[in-house]
Design a protein around this ligand. Structure first.
Ligand SMILES: C[S@@+](CC[C@H](N)C(=O)[O-])C[C@H]1O[C@@H](n2cnc3c(N)ncnc32)[C@H](O)[C@@H]1O
Length: 198
């Protein structure tokens, strides 16, 4: 069992283990007590569990079935009973639903065909050839799932075109900027926050 800021969690060999990007996200969440939150790509569920302590409800999703199992165990350990879990691709598990805050630590690494790994863990970082395959699909579906006045926060890398994400968020009427950043050896990892334009 691992521990982060009072959250006790277990991992699984085919689930993304919380790392520097997870902790950067955790430290820069902009959650409000009244929020209904969606977290896409929950992994071990650590972001959903932290968020659930500060808001009304969290719906947490992942394409990886091992992530759903792992998160369920972590929800029970941390008694985070306002987290609801669903398995599926991006917004597919939340069809007609809308949220006040949508969170996603995206699979943001540019990944060549020869770099893919043949298990569920691949989905944790595989952003396709330009690193934007999942990010762009996410941004296309986002507007339909935000309540009026809703916000989005996502994590990505400088390797997958930060300006393009900010531009696309602006196109759907959000005021977007980098709200946290951390440099690593070959990239910068950022949290991008999109707020309603005032
Ligand atoms: C970088 S990991 C982040 C995990 C966790 N939120 C964290 O911060 O530690 C990305 C997660 O997104 C999931 N994922 C990737 N593509 C997805 C998609 N199209 N729909 C839903 N989840 C997806 C992966 O399985 C993985 O758990």
């Amino acid at each position: 069992m691992l521990e982060y800021n009072g959250i006790h969690y277990q991992t699984h060999p085919e689930v993304y283990e919380p790392a520097e990007d997870t902790f950067l996200f955790a430290e820069n969440l902009q959650v409000e007590r009244r929020d209904r939150v969606l977290e896409i790509g929950t992994g071990t569920g650590i972001i959903a569990i932290i968020t659930s302590k500060k808001c009304r409800t969290v719906t947490a999703t992942d394409v990886n079935p091992h992530a759903i199992d792992c998160t369920l165990k972590n929800i029970i350990t941390n008694k985070s009973f306002n987290v609801e879990l669903r398995k599926g691709d991006l917004f597919e598990p939340v069809q007609e639903e809308k949220f006040d805050l949508i969170l996603f630590n995206t699979p943001y690494l540019p990944t060549g065909e020869d770099e893919k790994v043949d298990d569920e863990l691949d989905a944790a970082w595989d952003g396709g050839a330009n690193g934007r395959e999942v990010i762009d699909r996410f941004l296309e579906g986002l507007e339909d799932h935000l309540n009026p006045g809703g916000k989005v926060q996502l994590v990505q890398s400088s390797l997958s075109d930060i300006d393009k994400t900010i531009e696309k968020l602006s196109e759907i009427g959000l005021d977007a900027s980098v709200t946290a950043r951390e440099k690593f050896f070959f990239e910068e990892v950022v949290v991008i926050t999109g707020m309603p334009k005032s």
